[in-house]
Design a protein around this ligand. Sequence first.
Ligand code: ATP
Length: 213
Amino acid sequence: MKINPAIGILGGTFDPIHNGHLYIANSVAEQLSIPTIKFIPCYQPVHRPPTQASVTDRIAMLELALAGHPQFEMDRREIERKGPSYMIDTLKSLRQDYPNSPLNLLLGADAFENITSWKSWAELLDYANFIVVSRLNIAMNMPHPSLKNQITLDPQDLLQTVHGQVYKFEIEPCKISATQVREAIKNQKDVSTLVPKDVADFIDEKHLYGCNH
Ligand code: ATP
């Protein structure tokens, strides 16, 4: 089978998208030579309370943040599918569209830590590789012993193997979280170092997250 170029997948609530997301996507694209990263906003999160911003506003912020990054694109399949956004369904649908591409699911260490609570979690690796990215104060321990067999130390595997590999991508952690951004806005603090400028302006104009400027 001819292997097509690898694809990175960053699923999230993006409530809002922030510089931490862009930092991990950039690091994966540049350091691991993955040419395209798909940002996939969820419609309805299943592991957490509902988002504060609407679907329309979350998408608008993603569009603003991704403009000018040709290697990043938004993928709306979870929005179009509606209902609870299960990653297993998303990966199955991506696999149909890209049968010969390595699919590499980016997971912050916090998300990886909780992976065994995701629907059909053990099957996720039948469709994709995992790239587990450092996150501040979270150890990259294996959430389940069975995953140990799937660890690879060679990032080339992410370009040559279409699924089934777990790679720990240890980079300088970035401490930004969407929670921190929402808190800062609520407390009328400056967020110019936390989100792209166009996103900050949008939040301001639409008075999102309790912003009352
Ligand atoms: P919240 O604070 O609302 O929980 P979040 O900042 O974790 O949000 P999400 O959209 O839920 O943002 O995250 C999507 C994915 O990006 C998850 O896999 C998460 O672990 C990862 N991620 C987000 N921020 C970072 C960061 N600063 N470093 C590494 N991974 C991150």
